[in-house]
Design a protein around this ligand. Structure first.
Ligand code: C2E
Ligand code: MG
Ligand code: MG
Length: 583
């Protein structure tokens, strides 16, 4: 018994000394036991030091507590599922927070509350700080790559501007980076592989800009690499030693990102297009600078990617024109602004017209005639190419059938229609061709599709599409041959009937022995592969006869005829028939 009472005394002693407030109350809150810690925590809350009823004391700070407790009837359970925070304010100054107490209230039995109370001011404060920091971090770094985000990049640029504004020859540089055809990785290897590649690219950029890294070595300081969104990144140098550093920096980025990647143990290649702006004293806002850099990036991309371009103000004019073209092209077909012009393809021996190439034309109401070199690319980027392509194809087939009806044996035997990569990748292109043939009543063998060399050689899906066309009986011409990547050795892999030798070679057939030999080789290989050849852009009699001597069978160019409207071409054909088939 004495041992028991000794244990009880020890327990009470212990409870009195623990650095946590303990108290027991009756159901209504009248305090029956309280340890010094609880007393010291609660005393400052009382009016005139009256520590009699717990609920009375806490009422000004936690008005619902009494009701919460009253609703609580099962012994052993606590009020609330965690410590109740009780914010303690200065009663003289409402709205101020002095401290926070943590209260745990447990119903011991039908008569008694047991409470623990502690000062959690510090813990609450730390928790808040932690939350703030996380929020701050989240709003400042990119989740996927952990690189700083656009907001941080913008601050960095503003800091660079501020510095340049005060130092007469202060220069800074901004490089806007976009991966070339990044979507291809997402579509062929899946989103996870795409994310992986973005992280690897981000790591390379982070390494490039680290202290002692390759960009600092160029004489660039205050470096930052950030991710803007998707496959867009930014590198900012708050200070560069001289103007040339901007281009050198861009080149380092292009080189580093162009190295092969390994994704799931499989090699992957992706190149980057970079636009750089050199900033100085009078530079515009961070947003304006980023926009300038992105315009320069767009030009690098259109130049074929895997390179960089330096911003120059003329790019803004070009971008504005592109924007006009882009928005106006949308309705141009509906408004009847597009037309098809035809250029004859002639036999170099007889000068008879053997075929026609259909070339799209756009007369813009305010810009005048816009070259297809300018708007076909935009149509591809915006997806309008499908509609444009269908229009040209239908027009060309109808014209060809009409000429056949009108001129019989003197009509051009075939019509050539240019197709672009985006069209061949579209799922319904073959179907579109089938419909055009059907609705015009044209024989498939009279239709020729021209694809540019660079795209046919590279892409398997393009090749598949070409085989489908070929199976329908359509013939295929490889356009602009000599400007792309396919070598003579790989030509036999493509389902090609005709090689069109690019104008850049034809122009030099007389002046350059090198070009003459190349043309001769191309013609020989083509013949051995059963392909025919057409020389493009023949402008002089000398060129025509030089090509004829090299056994090029057909030619096309201003010497024979400019591209003409359908009506003008009909008249030209009629004239040719009158003059005995050799216009
Ligand atoms: P391309 O298919 O190589 O067409 C030949 C281009 O050379 C045409 O330019 C033609 O007008 C021009 N040309 C013909 N003979 C001569 C000559 O003797 N001297 C010179 N200097 N040029 C000559 P155009 O009509 O401006 O077309 C440019 C390119 O736009 C075409 O090159 C083709 O790649 C593309 N394109 C034209 N129409 C279409 C179309 O309907 N669909 C698609 N996808 N692309 C098209
Ligand atoms: Mg062509
Ligand atoms: Mg061509």
């Amino acid at each position: 018994m004495s041992a028991d009472s000794g244990d009880y005394d020890a327990l009470i002693q212990f409870l009195y000394q623990v650095p946590i407030g303990l108290l027991q109350t009756e159901l209504g809150g009248e305090i029956t036991m309280i340890n010094p810690m609880a007393a010291s925590l609660l005393m400052p809350l009382t009016r005139a030091g009256a520590l009699i009823n717990l609920f009375d004391v806490l009422d000004p700070f936690a008005p619902e507590l009494r009701a919460q407790a009253a609703a609580h009837t099962s012994p052993g359970n606590a009020v609330g599922d965690r410590t109740l925070p009780i914010p303690v304010g200065d009663r003289a100054q409402p709205g101020t927070l002095l401290s926070t107490l943590g209260l745990r209230l447990v119903l011991l039995d039908a008569q008694t509350w047991m409470a623990t109370i502690s000062d959690i001011t510090q813990a609450v404060h730390e928790e808040e700080q932690h939350l703030q920091k996380r929020l701050h971090d989240q709003s400042r770094s990119d989740e996927l790559t952990a690189l700083p985000n656009r907001a941080v990049a913008a601050e960095h640029i503003e800091a660079a501007r501020a510095h340049a504004a005060t130092s007469p020859d202060g220069l800074f540089a901004i490089a806007f980076i976009d991966l070339d055809r990044f979507y291809r990785i997402n579509t062929t290897r899946g989103q996870a592989a795409g994310d992986h590649l973005l992280r690897l690219a981000a790591d390379r950029l982070a390494r490039l800009v680290q202290p002692g890294g390759r960009i600092e070595a160029l004489g660039a300081h205050g470096l930052l690499a950030a991710r803007l969104e998707a496959d867009e990144f930014l590198v900012v140098a708050r200070q560069v030693a001289h103007r040339d550093v901007a281009a050198q920096l861009a080149k380092k980025v292009v080189d580093a990102l162009g190295e092969p990647y390994a994704i799931d143990q499989q090699p992957e290649r992706v190149s980057a297009s970079v636009g750089v702006v050199l900033g100085q004293r009078d530079a515009g806002s961070a947003d304006a600078l980023m926009l300038d850099a992105s315009l320069a990036m767009g030009e690098a991309k259109r130049a074929g990617g895997a390179g960089y371009s330096l911003f120059d103000p003329a790019m803004k004019l070009r971008a504005a024109r592109r924007a006009t073209i882009e928005s106006d092209l949308r309705g141009a077909i509906g408004r009847g602004e597009l037309a098809v012009a035809y250029q004859p393809i002639v036999s170099l021996a007889s000068r008879q017209c053997v075929g026609m190439e259909a070339l799209v034309r756009w007369h813009h109401p305010s810009l005048g005639d816009v070259s297809p070199l300018e708007f076909v690319g935009i149509a591809e980027e915006t997806g309008l190419i499908a509609e444009l392509g269908r229009f040209v194809l239908n027009e060309a087939c109808r014209a060809c059938v009409a000429w056949k009806r009108q001129f019989g044996g003197h009509a051009p035997r075939s019509v050539s229609v240019n197709v672009s990569r985006a069209q061949l990748l579209g799922t319904d292109h073959t179907e579109q061709v089938r419909q055009a043939l059907e609705s015009s009543g044209m024989n498939a063998a009279a239709l020729q599709m021209e694809v540019t060399e660079s795209l046919a050689a590279q892409d398997e899906r393009v090749q598949h599409s070409l085989h489908e066309l070929k199976a329908m009986g359509v013939t295929i011409a490889l356009d602009d041959f000599g400007t792309g990547y396919s070598s003579l050795a790989t030509l036999h892999l493509l389902p090609i009937d005709v090689l069109k030798i690019d104008r850049s070679f034809v122009m030099q057939v007389e002046s350059s022995e090198h070009h003459r030999v190349l043309i001769e080789a191309v013609i020989l290989v083509a013949r051995s592969l059963n392909m025919r050849t057409v020389a493009e852009g023949i402008e002089t009699e000398e060129q025509a006869s030089a090509l004829a001597r090299l056994h090029c069978a057909k030619g096309q160019g201003y010497l024979f005829a400019q591209p003409l409207s359908r009506a003008a071409m009909t008249a030209w054909l009629a004239e040719g028939r009158r003059s005995g088939g050799a216009p």
